[in-house]
Write a protein that binds this ligand. Sequence first.
Ligand SMILES: *Cc1c(COP(=O)(O)O)cnc(C)c1O
Length: 525
Amino acid sequence: MKNDMNAPGHPDDRKNTMDLPELGTSLLNRVPPRLLSTAERYLKSIPLLRNRLAKETDSMLAGLEGDLKPYRGKLPTYDKLPAKGLARQEVLREMGQMEEKEEDRWRDGLVSGAVYHGDSEHIDFLNRVYAINSQSNPLHADLWPSATKFEAEVVAMTANMLGAAEANAGRAPEEHICGSVSSGGTESIMLAMKTYRDWAHETKGITRPEMVAPSSAHPAFDKAAHYFGIKMVRVPVGEDYRADVKATRKAINRNTIVLIGSAPGFPHGVIDPIEELSELARKRGIGFHTDCCLGGFVLPWARRLGYPVPAFDFRLPGVTSMSADTHKFGYAAKGSSVVLYRGTELRSHQYYTATEWPGGIYFSPTFSGSRPGALIASAWAALVSTGEEGYLDATKRILETAATIKRGIRAIPDLHVLGEPLFVIAFGSNTLDIYKVMERMSAKGWSLNGLHKPAAVHLCVTQRHTQPGVAERFLEDLKAAVEHVRANPGEKGTMAPVYGMAGTVPFRGLISDLLKKYMDLIYKV
Ligand SMILES: *Cc1c(COP(=O)(O)O)cnc(C)c1O
């Protein structure tokens, strides 16, 4: 729930909340899910109830609208093209006003994840790189051989960092680690899953493909399953929040095309047992994808620095694909990621070609046709300008800051850290409503991620948090927030009940409908 209801700032502005936790949810949670969704469809077909629900959601969303649209009435609104184009100076001035309002929180390190580097010289540099390459489009390889060079080298550098040298040693070139640059982690994951679907269809005749993923794996895998007609089989994680190898083995069947593991997973920042999982896959002759979107540009350096990092990359023979986000800890501008495969045969199932179109022969390696060459250039520039030394230094600072924060959280009574994380630190409480703690933190300007199942909150530590004093301020504010919530058990909170509800209401379709309405709100001018 990061890009949506975490909208912080003015919790007092929101008067409308739903009291759904009072609907006897604990009892309903014991009913089998399939029965529940039937019951839910039935209940929603009753007009009176449907209207009541619609009213509840509408009033709740109305309460969120102000936070989502703070510029209404303050800056000009354009719901149709201006008759005459605005002066460029005017456009820049309006944007500048918004930038000024928005940049403080992420610059000061009050935000979980989101901006991974953020030093102004680095940003200025990436902006110049964009400016030089803004017209570039790798779809026209003849016009911009520079884009082709950048993409090939970003893939090669990332592969090398993730064990390609060892994996390639003594092997034929077509078995080497290869890949593509995509628009982000989600596209990398979706490309890989489509690739396995087509690979399994062509080489094994599988027409009803399934993938097996731990409950913690990113929703991009569900999205891929949904888009490409693959059945998603989710397996609960163990007590340590890592993927359960035994349960995964049991979930495999004749139609399974790929197993998933994360290094680390987004919710709790823990690394799945990639070695065991990938061996399972190898023995069954199916694919294994390590989702390294978050950790790809951290773990290799953490290992070099002597942190205990279990094997997770192409050094493991069962790992057949990986995703690593240049636009996270690779420190590139937003809009790039790398997907990697073991061997060009596997990657060829990602490609698309059209040979009969009157527009000429056509090919496209990823989902987009035209692609932003400038963002690939930005990834290349971030990689070559940072270098091994830069990544080692950044990783060292991030992990030391994360260790301070972890230690600090463990020292706060009522709080506990979930699992054994490196740099994404999830914490919960057995005694307090953790969402109320998060709400108190929001009031102090912190934008943290609310997790559920179980209820928890996390902070993804980035370079922003390595600035002097940020970790100390976080811990002080957190301690005060916990003390406040402990001292005021009756205080209801405004967003806290919404989070509580989102995690516990057994009618999941309700939550989904609510999120869709929220997206409608995003598109309102
Ligand atoms: C961020 C993330 C993704 C998805 O990446 P996007 O760039 O947001 O599309 C996938 N997996 C993990 C573990 C991530 O942290």
